[in-house]
Design a protein around this ligand. Structure first.
Ligand code: PEP
Ligand code: MG
Length: 323
């Protein structure tokens, strides 16, 4: 099986009826690049930048960040790299920021919420990203967006930093796409309006499932509610994909679900454009999609959307993939 997958290293990912999707990787540090290339990744769908800030006693400088982003962009030689701005808070703490303890960290002051308030942290990261943008195909993604106002404010700060850099005589790419993670239900529900303003969506199912089901993703007691195949989740995913396509925008998924053997047929059927997963899952996913019919998966997805329970959906997917 491994030998079969190795042959797919440089292949495109097309369904039997010719529909192409992109398989990209989630990475956490520049060291992960090698794995992306060796496993046939067509780029990076999620570069988590928290590593730059964690396990140390002070904020990373603009220069340090610039080097890290440049390394990844150059290493991927023009393939897309979606860099997510800082997503700290929740389960990921930064002791040196001295943030007050919260009753519900996952519902609290984290990610874009923190960045919009602690502007100097955010602007430093944006400058580093903008400066690195000329070394490859950079896309910038904001995490934990709940409202259009948040997106507009973040994007405005990005434009301000761009103008500052340009007036300082520093080169910045003018082809940077700016998108958001869809991981809060309000944003999925409002996807039609977001789709007019963003360049792309990436669905973060790890959080989207937790917030939709109101079930802490780390709490085993409620893990039975953590249901990727629940029709409620599938309906939200469908809303986001349809809204984006209506505006000519693309949609990725960078939560764990995107690399899941049982989810892939459904996501293909729903029309997902980009699947971002751990690098070691890419060739297996490619081999799977090469055997699937987009048309048949559309039918499967349509049926799944009308089912009433997770187990029904799982049984239906299994029946199709075991055939
Ligand atoms: C997600 O929420 O699905 C996601 C990819 O982000 P993280 O796992 O870093 O919260
Ligand atoms: Mg998340």
């Amino acid at each position: 099986q491994k030998a079969e997958w190795a042959k797919l290293l440089h292949e495109k990912t097309k369904s039997v009826d010719g529909h192409e999707v992109h398989l990209v990787a989630n990475i956490g540090t520049p060291q992960d690049l090698e794995g992306v290339i060796n496993n046939g990744g067509e780029g990076v769908g999620l570069f988590r930048t928290e590593f730059l800030y964690m396990g140390r006693n002070e904020l990373p400088t603009e220069e340090e960040q610039f080097e890290a982003y440049k390394t990844v962009l150059e290493g991927l030689k023009g393939q897309p790299v979606v860099v997510r701005t800082l997503d700290i808070g929740g389960d990921k703490e930064l002791p040196y920021l001295n943030l007050p303890k919260e009753m519900n960290p996952f519902l609290g002051f984290r990610a874009i919420r923190l960045c919009l308030e602690e502007q100097s942290i955010f602007r430093t990261q944006l400058r580093a990203l903008l400066r690195a943008s000329i070394y490859g195909n950079l896309k910038i993604m904001f995490p934990m967006i709940a409202t259009l106002d948040e997106f507009r404010t973040a994007k405005e700060m990005l434009q301000e930093e761009r103008q500052k850099l340009i007036s300082e005589g520093i080169q910045v790419s003018d082809e940077i796409e700016v998108g958001i993670m869809v991981e809060i239900p309000s944003t999925a529900v409002m996807a039609d309006l977001f789709a007019k303003e963003v360049d792309f969506f990436s669905i973060g199912t790890n959080d989207l499932i937790q917030y939709t089901m109101a079930a802490d993703r780390m709490n085993e007691k409620v893990s039975y509610l953590y249901q990727p195949y629940n029709p409620a989740i599938l309906r939200l995913v469908k809303m986001v994909i349809d809204a984006a396509h209506k505006e000519g925008k693309w949609v990725g998924m960078c939560g764990e679900m995107a690399g899941d053997e049982l989810a892939i047929p459904l996501l293909l059927g729903l029309g997902l454009d980009e699947f971002s997963m751990s690098a070691t899952s890419i060739l297996k996913a490619r081999a799977q999609i090469l055997r699937l019919s987009k048309k048949e998966m559309e039918d499967l997805a349509q049926k799944a959307l009308q089912m009433s329970t997770t187990n029904e959906v799982i049984a239906a997917v299994k029946a199709v993939i075991e055939k």
